[in-house]
Design a protein around this ligand. Structure first.
Ligand code: ADE
Ligand code: ZN
Length: 324
């Protein structure tokens, strides 16, 4: 099964680059930048990666990225992920990053973007994958701060394919960002939002109807809302599922409970992704393998998931057709 998964060309549509920060690299960059981290060893860091829910994880995730300061740090972070992605036979990656988690601690946006773009250019020169960048608004912050971030992104808008919405979901419904997303849409950006990871199906509906997103990240809570499931299938909305993330954050008790199989059966365009691979115990192919074992997915389903990853991407149609 693993051989089949490894051999399948795939795209990853739900990857937070800051969530690919392996502890070994974190220590190396911390030492170089003379930034203290509250752990004595790589083992101690890994031992801290036990999360009861999304917020437990986010607290550690924002702490980890605090050592990133220079363009070189971002280039190395993304370069390490892209080398892993190439080994997983990923041909294309739509890479989330959190501008406010860096600018909020004094790192200029250009430092982040220059470093990520340098890594993307190196990947392009080394056999791929291709990279589209997607900055995300932090939903625990205000809409005014999201709009300020959009202003800061504007002069370099050509470097981004779209914008996203992430961080703490409960209590921060998509409707809180209606104006920011309307403005992003006017600027020509594709739109995605995390919805239904911990939040109710109403948040998925708001993301679709109020934010008018092109893609839903996670979308798990649609299971159980028959009307919503029917609409997602009929409209061909892509849901970027992250099986090991759902398991590690307690959204599901076992991978057998993942909504992926049920969504495939209902004709929903669902994809398999790693979310934050350094924190959740696996990259894309590890997610495919763990899920296939738990839900007895065969070659047909795995092929459908791989095709969905290109169909749901923001690549131009002719490029999608080349991959599918
Ligand atoms: N930021 C990084 N990973 C995230 C996740 N799984 N949900 C919400 N925000 C995130
Ligand atoms: Zn995510």
């Amino acid at each position: 099964m693993r051989d089949l998964i490894d051999a399948l060309p795939k795209a990853e549509l739900h990857l937070h680059i800051e969530g690919s920060f392996e502890p070994e690299l974190m220590f190396e960059i911390a030492r170089r930048n003379r930034v203290a981290i509250p752990f004595a060893s790589v083992e101690e860091v890994r031992a801290a990666y036990r999360f009861g829910n999304l917020q437990d994880f986010l607290d550690i995730y924002y702490q980890g990225m605090n050592v990133l300061r220079e363009p070189e740090d971002y280039r190395e972070l993304a370069g390490a992920y892209l080398a892993r992605a190439r080994a997983d036979n990923l041909r294309h990656v739509e890479m989330f990053f959190d501008p406010q988690a860096h600018t909020g601690r004094g790192v200029p946006l250009a430092v982040v973007v220059d470093g990520l773009r340098a890594a993307a250019a190196e990947a392009a020169a080394s056999g791929g994958p291709s990279v589209y960048l997607i900055p995300c608004f932090l939903r625990h912050l205000s809409e005014a701060e999201a709009l300020e971030t959009l202003d800061a992104l504007d002069p370099m808008a050509g470097h981004f394919v779209g914008v996203g919405l992430d961080s703490s979901e409960r209590g921060h419904p998509p409707s809180k960002f209606a104006r920011a997303f309307a403005r992003a849409r006017e600027m020509g950006f594709k739109l995605c939002a995390h919805a239904g990871e911990e939040g109710p199906p109403a948040y998925i509906r708001e993301a679709l109807d109020i934010l008018k997103v092109d893609r839903i990240d996670h979308g798990n809570s649609a299971i159980g809302d028959e009307r919503l499931l029917g609409e997602l299938a009929a409209r061909g909305i892509t849901l970027t599922n992250c099986p090991l993330s759902n398991l590690r954050l307690g959204g599901i008790a076992s991978l057998a409970e993942s909504p992926v199989q049920a969504m495939l059966e209902r004709g929903i365009r669902v994809t398999v992704n790693s979310d934050d691979p350094a924190y959740f115990g696996g990259y894309v192919n590890d997610n495919f393998e763990a899920l296939a074992g738990a839900q007895s997915l065969g070659a047909t389903e795995l092929g459908d998931l791989a095709r969905n990853s290109f169909a749901g991407s923001f690549l131009p149609d002719d490029e999608k057709a080349r991959h599918i």
